[in-house]
Write a protein that binds this ligand. Structure first.
Ligand code: NAD
Length: 466
C-alpha cells in the first residue's frame, strides 16, 4: 500500500513524487514512456537545445561581421546538432531517474489503464498489476492537437515532436499555428536556412501581449525572414510529386503555399482518453480533469496536476502544482498564486511576461501606471549589439504595487524573473526602482522602466503620466 501513487513522470509527476518522498511518504510513480515527460524528452529541453545551437549559427551568419569577425562559410552538421540534443535529453532524464531512486520513489515502467478508488491497474510487460494507494495523483500530461482531415505522417506532415527530429533541413517549411511552439520551431528551422511560413488562424498576433509590442515582435520576425500570415484558415493539404500544397483562406480569398514539410502547432490536448476511471472525476468537454484551486478532483483522494488540468500548459506551473499536492497530502495548507506564473517564448529576442498587458488593463478600466524602457538605451545591450525590444512594467496607481512585467529583448526570460520576485514579495514601484543593480547589465532596463513610470528614469526622457 502506497501513500501516494503518481500517474506520469513529467515535471508535474516527478516533482510531486520527489516532494512527497522528502516528506517521508511511501511513493510510486508510474511511467509508460521515458522518464521526464514531454518537457524533458520532446518539448522544452530538446527545443531549447536546438534553439541555442541554431542561434549560434544565425549570429555567425548575420551579426558577427558587425563585431569585426568574418567567417567565410558556416557548415551545419545537422546529425551532430541532433545527437547533442539527444545527449542533453539523456543526461537530464538519467538525472531524474537517479533522483527518484535516491529519494526512494518506486519508479514503475508501465501503462496505467484504470484508476478506481484507491487502486490503479497497470499494464506491464504483458502483465496486469494492481497497486493500492491512499492517494492517486493524475499527472498524465498532454499531446499535440491535430486538425480534422490533416493526418500526421512524420514524412511530410509533422507534429511538434516530429519537428525536432528532421533528418534534413527543409527548403520550404509551413507551420500551421503561430503560437509558442510555431514561433520557436519556426525560429529553429529558419535559422538553418528553411524558408518558413506560419499560417495563423487568428487575426491578432500574440493577443496576450500589448498591441504595440506584438506589432514590434511581428516586425522583428519579418526582419528575420519568417513570414507570418494572419487570419489564415487552412482548408486542405494536397500532396504533390515532390512538395505539398497548403491551401488556405484569408478573408474568404483562396491562397496557397508550397511546402517540403508541414508542422502542425495548433495547441495541445490533455491525456485523459486512455485511462478508464471508476468512478470518474468530472472531466470537461475538452478532456481536462476538473479540479479546484488545490488540484483536488471531485473524487476524494484523487488529485490531478499539470497539463491535464486547467491553466497554462507550462512545466513550471505543473511542477508547482505537484509540490502543492504532495504537501497537501501530507496535511499542509500549501497554496499557489496562479496570477504569478511567468510565460516565455524562446525566440530571439525572447518574449517574456507575467501579469496582464496594458491593452487588457485598459479594457478593464483599471487604475494603473506604466513605464517602458527600450534596449537601445541600454549600454550593455548596445555593447553586445542586442538592442532590439523593450521592457514594460505596470503598477497599481493607488497602491503602487507591481502588477505586470512584459519584456521583449535579449535575456528577457532572465530579466523577467526579477520582476517576478518583486511582484511575489508585494514590492511597490518605488521600492523596486530603488534597488541598486550592477552596471552595465541588461537588468538595468527593468529598473529604468520601473523608474520611468514615476518620471524618474535617467537614461530616457520621461513621458508625462496621465
Ligand atoms: P498555442 O495555443 O500557443 O498556439 C497555437 C496557435 O495555433 C494559436 O495561435 C491558434 O490560434 C493557432 N491555431 C489553432 N488552430 C488553427 C488552425 N486551424 N489554423 C491555423 N492556426 C490555428 O499552442 P502551441 O504553440 O501548440 O503550444 C501548446 C502548449 O504548449 C501551449 O500551452 C504552450 O504554452 C506550451 N508550450 C510552452 C512553451 C514555452 O513555455 N516556451 C513552449 C512550447 C509549448
Amino acid at each position: 500500500m502506497y501513500d501516494v501513487l503518481i500517474v506520469g513522470s513529467g515535471p508535474a509527476g516527478y516533482v510531486a513524487a520527489i516532494r512527497a518522498a522528502q516528506l517521508g511518504l511511501k511513493v510510486a510513480c508510474v511511467e509508460k514512456n521515458s522518464v521526464g515527460g514531454t518537457c524533458l524528452n520532446v518539448g522544452c529541453i530538446p527545443s531549447k537545445t536546438l534553439l541555442d545551437s541554431t542561434l549560434k549559427s544565425y549570429q555567425i551568419n548575420h551579426h558577427y561581421s558587425d563585431h569585426g569577425i568574418n567567417i567565410n562559410k558556416v557548415v551545419i552538421d545537422l546529425d551532430r546538432m541532433m545527437s547533442r540534443k539527444a545527449e542533453v535529453v539523456q543526461k537530464l532524464t538519467n538525472g531524474v531517474r537517479d533522483l527518484l531512486k535516491a529519494n526512494k520513489v518506486d519508479l514503475i515502467q508501465g501503462k496505467v489503464t484504470k484508476v478506481s478508488q484507491g487502486v490503479v491497474t497497470i499494464e506491464k510487460d504483458n502483465n496486469i498489476e494492481a497497486l493500492e494507494s491512499n492517494n492517486i495523483v493524475i499527472a498524465s500530461g498532454s499531446s499535440p492537437q491535430t486538425l480534422p482531415g490533416i493526418e500526421i505522417n512524420n514524412q511530410t506532415i509533422f507534429d511538434s515532436e516530429g519537428a525536432l527530429e528532421f533528418s534534413s533541413i527543409p527548403e520550404k517549411l509551413v507551420i500551421i499555428g503561430a503560437g509558442v511552439i510555431g514561433l520557436e520551431l519556426g525560429s529553429i528551422w529558419s535559422r538553418l536556412g528553411s524558408q518558413v511560413t506560419l499560417l495563423e488562424a487568428q487575426k491578432e498576433f500574440l493577443p496576450m501581449l500589448d498591441k504595440r509590442l506584438s506589432r514590434q515582435i511581428f516586425k522583428e520576425f519579418s526582419n528575420q525572414n519568417i513570414n507570418i500570415i494572419l487570419g489564415a484558415k487552412v482548408s486542405e493539404i494536397e500532396e504533390m510529386k515532390n512538395d505539398s500544397l497548403v491551401k488556405f483562406l484569408v478573408d474568404e480569398e483562396k491562397q496557397e503555399v508550397t511546402a517540403e514539410k508541414i508542422i502542425l502547432a495548433v495547441g495541445r490536448k490533455p491525456n485523459t482518453g486512455d485511462i478508464q476511471f471508476d468512478p470518474s472525476p468530472a472531466i470537461d468537454e475538452l478532456g481536462f480533469i476538473e479540479v479546484n484551486e488545490n488540484c483536488e478532483t471531485s473524487i476524494r483522494n484523487l488529485w490531478a496536476v499539470g497539463d491535464v488540468v486547467r491553466g497554462p500548459m507550462l512545466a513550471h506551473k505543473a511542477s508547482e502544482e505537484g509540490i502543492m499536492v504532495a504537501e497537501r497530502i501530507n496535511g499542509q495548507n500549501t497554496s499557489m498564486d496562479y496570477d504569478l506564473i511567468p510565460n516565455v517564448i524562446y525566440t530571439h529576442p525572447e518574449i517574456a511576461w507575467v501579469g496582464k498587458s496594458e491593452t487588457q488593463l485598459k479594457e478593464e478600466n483599471a487604475n494603473y501606471k506604466s513605464g517602458s524602457f527600450p534596449f537601445v538605451a541600454s549600454g550593455r545591450a548596445l555593447a553586445s549589439a542586442e538592442d532590439v525590444g523593450s521592457v514594460t512594467v505596470i503598477a497599481d496607481k493607488e497602491t503602487d504595487r507591481l502588477l505586470s512585467v512584459h519584456v521583449f529583448g535579449n535575456s528577457a526570460s532572465e530579466i523577467l524573473q526579477q520582476g517576478l520576485v518583486a511582484m511575489s514579495s508585494g514590492m511597490t514601484s518605488e521600492e523596486f526602482g530603488s534597488v541598486v543593480v550592477s552596471h552595465p547589465t541588461v537588468s538595468e532596463t527593468i529598473k529604468e522602466a520601473t523608474l520611468s513610470m514615476n518620471s524618474k528614469a535617467i537614461h530616457i526622457l520621461n513621458r508625462k503620466q496621465k
